[in-house]
Design a protein. Sequence first.
Length: 114
Amino acid sequence: MRTRTGFAIGTLAILALMSPSFAVEPGPSSPREMAPPAKKPSALTLPYQATGDVVSVNMRAQSFTLKTSSGGTMLLMADAHMAPQLGTLKKGERVKVSYKNSQGQRIATKIVPA
C-alpha cells in the first residue's frame, strides 16, 4: 500500500510539473513588442534621382536618354502618367528626374526643370 501511495504521489507531482501552464511562454510586456517588425522597402521600388541634360526623346518607345552631370548616359522609360510630358522635353534641356528600377528598367516617375 505504501508503494502505491508513493507511486501515486510521484505521478501527480510529475503531471503537475508537466502541465500546460509551465509550457506557455510569457506574452509581450509592451505594445512595441507586439508590433510586427518593420519591413525594409524593396530596392526595386526606391525612388532614385538624376540630374542632367536631355540627349534624345523617343515618343514611340516612350523613353528618353539623359546625359548625367557625372558624364554618363542613362535610358529612362516614362511611366503611364509621364508619357504625355515627353512631348515637352527638348534636346539639351536640363532636368531633374525621379525614377525607380523595375524589371531591369529605369522608370521615370517625375521630371522637373533643373
